[in-house]
Design a protein around this ligand. Structure first.
Ligand SMILES: [Zn+2]
Length: 289
């Protein structure tokens, strides 16, 4: 029986350190241990939508330092804690309590131990830049493909037909970049998307890159806004683009201003797959030192 409060998360505000208390420990595969804290600056990889990779770092305890190899989400239902890949529901599902599970090697600290959490700031900065670039690239791609739609479809945060939302298969954020894979099959064509636009992929790329070049270095603020501080709490990415402020749901970490961006661009590749086209967008970003 596991009675756990939802973990308070501080990474949406950019935190890299924090003092916490161990509330639960659980044995994992490979002799590793999952450590749950009452609050944490560590960003966990999300099970259902693993776009931003986990933070790494150190938990300092009175008995020494524990290296945090990865961080995953856990859910408690009916007193049972289910961790990482085994979690059968999306974060936020009603009836579950969601916690951050720090995966460490070696002896686990006892429940009640005070720990100092310290996130690897270099990796965090690199994936935060990658995550911001990922969102901006998807908006720039939507704008670049706006004329390919022959019917009305739902729009994105900037008011363009939501190609990204309607076609996305996977999104992986990396250090200073991201890779997004889209699938354009029968259902997207039925919604009015004309794949002839991909006949000149370089033109689509050029339009998106012109948009991104206009955003890089602009003065707009970027931030995560939230109503509550728990892991499962609803969070929104807000970015002041030159065209106006955009908002979309996001569980990750980001740059704090467009002004930090020196340059960013995308590259597109299309491949025929059974029943349609698979489009891969590779995004890179360079941040001011
Ligand atoms: Zn996001």
């Amino acid at each position: 029986m596991t009675e756990l409060a939802p973990t308070v998360v501080t990474y949406p505000d950019g935190a890299l350190t924090g003092s916490s208390t161990v509330t639960h420990v659980t044995p994992l595969a490979d002799g590793r241990t999952g450590v749950v804290l009452d609050s944490t600056p560590f960003h966990p990889v999300d099970t259902a939508w693993p776009d931003q990779p986990a933070d790494t770092g150190i938990l300092s305890t009175p008995d020494g330092d524990l290296r945090v190899a990865t961080v995953v989400t856990g859910g408690v239902y009916d007193g049972d804690l289910v961790v990482g890949e085994d979690l059968p529901v999306r974060t936020g599902t009603e009836g579950w309590t969601f916690v951050v599970v720090h995966v460490v090697d070696g002896a686990a600290p006892a429940v009640g131990t005070a720990v100092d959490a310290q996130v690897d700031g270099g990796l965090r900065a690199a994936v935060s830049a990658g995550h911001t670039a990922c969102h901006l690239a998807s908006l720039a791609l939507d704008a670049a493909l706006a004329d390919a739609w022959k019917k009305d479809v739902p729009t994105d945060a900037a008011g363009h037909p939501a190609f990204d939302m309607l076609a996305i298969q996977t999104s992986r954020i990396t250090e200073y970049g991201s890779t997004d894979v889209y699938r354009i099959g029968k259902s997207l064509r039925r919604k009015g998307f004309d794949t002839a636009v991909f006949d000149d992929l370089r033109a689509v790329e050029a339009r998106a890159n012109a948009t991104l070049a206009g955003w890089a270095g602009a003065p707009g603020a970027i931030g995560i806004h939230r109503e509550d501080t728990t892991l499962a709490g609803r969070r929104t990415w807000r970015c002041e683009l030159p065209e106006g402020t955009v908002e979309l749901p996001c569980g990750g970490t980001h740059l704090s201003s467009l002004a930090e961006i020196e340059a960013m661009s995308i590259a597109l590749e299309a491949a025929e797959v059974p029943g349609g086209v698979e489009l891969t967008m590779t995004t890179v970003i360079r941040v001011a030192p």
